[in-house]
Design a protein around this ligand. Structure first.
Ligand SMILES: [Zn+2]
Length: 150
């Protein structure tokens, strides 16, 4: 059986959650979600948080063109030696010449970039909207939820 992850990340890729706040969110998630583990991951610079086997399409946020091939090169170009993304500057898109960062592309399922991740391994109950609201309230920032299957 493959593993299933639900990852909560700050909406701002550069945002680093301080240790104390992160621990509080971890305890909260452990209390309300039945999961094999709730792990806090932190990175020096934004890491790509992908949806694994759920990834079907990467498209331009303006015209909807498929950007899969362009994206692969853009990711290689932008990733530092450690595989992290210190700079998520806007790039000119090949389809309609508009500018967007890798974080702003339309990923289906959603993906993201983050310095702090809360990773729930094989959760047995759904992360509901009110859980997300609570995490946002605890952190004082918007968060994104990434569903992934490995
Ligand atoms: Zn476009």
């Amino acid at each position: 059986m493959s593993d299933y992850y639900v990852t909560i990340i700050p909406d701002d890729p550069y945002c680093r959650v301080d240790t104390q706040a992160a621990k509080k969110v971890q305890s909260y998630l452990e209390e309300c979600i039945v999961a094999m583990s709730v792990e806090i991951k932190t990175h020096e610079a934004p890491a790509f948080v992908d949806c694994g086997g759920y990834l079907q399409e990467i498209a331009c946020p303006f015209c909807g063109s498929d950007l899969w091939d362009w994206w692969k090169e853009a990711m290689d170009e932008s990733a530092g030696e450690t595989g992290l993304f210190a700079e998520l500057d806007e790039k000119q898109l090949p389809c309609c010449d508009k500018w967007a960062s890798l974080n702003e592309l339309k990923y289906d399922y959603p993906c993201g970039f983050a310095c702090t991740e809360f990773v729930l391994l094989n959760p047995r109950n759904q992360l509901e909207q009110h859980h997300k609201d609570m995490v946002e309230q605890m952190l004082g920032m918007w968060v994104k939820v990434i569903y992934s299957r490995i």
